[in-house]
Design a protein around this ligand. Structure first.
Ligand SMILES: Cc1ncc(COP(=O)(O)O)c(C=O)c1O
Length: 392
């Protein structure tokens, strides 16, 4: 495989990203299969490349974009990528809000996330009295709290019970300048935590937790949706992520799912039992030194994934096989030594193909991805960074 990737990209100088479109399309088809007929909103943070978002949106089974900032949603709308954009994290970006208020078509296309009166107050303060109607999606806290002071999940929305949700939804419905359109709940403790980690005991515990959390969430989410729809009809109820498509799709109160990482197949998504995406996004680093037998040193490469700061956030050499990072240097700012028998077959100017731990963050380091199709045709496309876009 690395011979093929090396051959088709021979004229380009690494570092660069490569997307194997066969793998990407197969991953997309598998997400659609796992979604059991519910449409999937594309989580753009996990792609950060317009050409890839557009490619997925053309496929049956995908509908709309889950953006990570309002500014990004405004940009994607201006570029004509979609007219169904959910900015899935509350915004405190005054400039972006002011821009939204001046673009009538964007106002119809973009939905903002809110979970408290503070969010509505902020928007009112920025836009002033009589501002145009802003579409609002209410976020439900999906974490699992099996006992007092035990919180399993992310810290996102304070709206936990169906009553909390109903009270806030009523506030939105009654408040001039806002329109309630959706409900979202992302069960990170199921979707974002691989249930097949290296530690087998942890795996057993995780699977029990995830099953019980999913059952509890189905009941709570269904009740919350019931309470809101008594007040106002909802356009969508969004839930889940790559790791939870099966259980989220099985919840009848959910009308659409979200996924992004599963298209790319980063390292963290090797740790699931239910599915195994193909590694579709790789990056090439050049060999620049051979400091000792069994070691090749690559240029740059310290693309560490966000989150817990643990070892699983490191990238890993993928091809040629049999290489690993060193424990003393890891993946470095200006160089990344890799160790293994295959290193002895590498010389200056050869490449090593790496995998990132997460799906979208590589696009913050690289400006170009080369898309390789099954006929070995190569198309260069810019990442968000390559289009001079940086949304945080
Ligand atoms: C709100 C929300 N939905 C869905 C997802 C799932 O994204 P992915 O499929 O890339 O894991 C995430 C990931 O963080 C998220 O924050």
């Amino acid at each position: 495989m690395d011979e093929r990737y090396n051959r088709v990209t021979a004229e380009f100088d690494p570092p660069f990203g490569l997307v194997d479109l066969d793998a990407f399309d197969a991953n997309a088809a598998d997400l659609v299969r796992r979604a059991s007929g519910k449409p999937i909103r594309v989580a753009s943070k996990s792609l950060r490349c317009r050409a890839l978002i557009e490619r997925v949106l053309k496929k049956p089974g995908f509908r709309g974009v889950m953006c990570y900032t309002l500014r990004e949603a405004l940009w994607l709308h201006e570029k004509g990528v979609s007219d169904d954009l959910l900015a899935a994290y509350p915004t405190a970006d005054r400039g972006a809000l002011r821009e939204l208020a001046t673009r009538p078509e964007a106002l119809e296309a973009i939905t903002l996330m809110a979970d408290s009166a503070d969010h509505l107050n902020f928007i009112d303060r920025v836009l002033g009295d009589g501002h145009p109607e802003i579409r609002i999606c209410v976020e439900l806290d999906t974490s699992w709290e099996p006992a007092r002071r035990i919180h399993i999940g992310t810290w996102r929305s304070p709206l936990r019970t169906p009553e909390d949700v109903a009270m806030f939804a009523e506030l939105v419905v009654k408040r001039p300048g806002f329109r309630l359109t959706g409900l979202m709940g992302y069960e990170g403790q199921i979707a974002g935590l691989g249930d097949n980690p290296a530690n087998k005991i942890r795996g057993v515990a995780l699977r029990v937790i995830q099953r019980r959390s999913a059952e509890e969430l189905w009941r709570r989410r269904t009740a919350a949706v019931g309470r809101i729809t008594d007040l106002s009809p909802l356009e969508f109820v969004n839930g889940g992520g790559t790791g939870s498509l099966e259980s989220t799709a099985a919840d009848p109160s959910v009308t659409e799912l979200a996924a992004g990482s599963g298209l790319v197949g980063p390292l963290l998504f090797d740790a699931y039992r239910r599915f195994r995406p193909r590694p579709a996004l790789l990056y090439a680093l050049p060999v620049v030194r051979r400091p000792a037998p069994g070691i090749a040193t690559l240029f740059s490469g310290g693309y560490i994934a966000s989150g817990t700061g643990t070892k699983d956030r490191l990238p890993r050499p993928f091809l040629p096989t049999g290489l690993s990072l060193t424990s003393t240097e890891g993946a470095g700012e200006v160089q990344t030594p890799v160790r293994g028998a295959a290193a002895d077959r590498l010389s200056v100017g050869n490449r090593v193909w790496m995998r990132h731990a997460k799906a979208g963050e590589l696009a913050e380091r690289l400006t170009t991805y080369y898309l390789v199709d099954s006929d070995d045709a190569v198309t260069a496309v810019p990442t968000y960074r390559g289009e001079q876009q940086c949304f945080g």
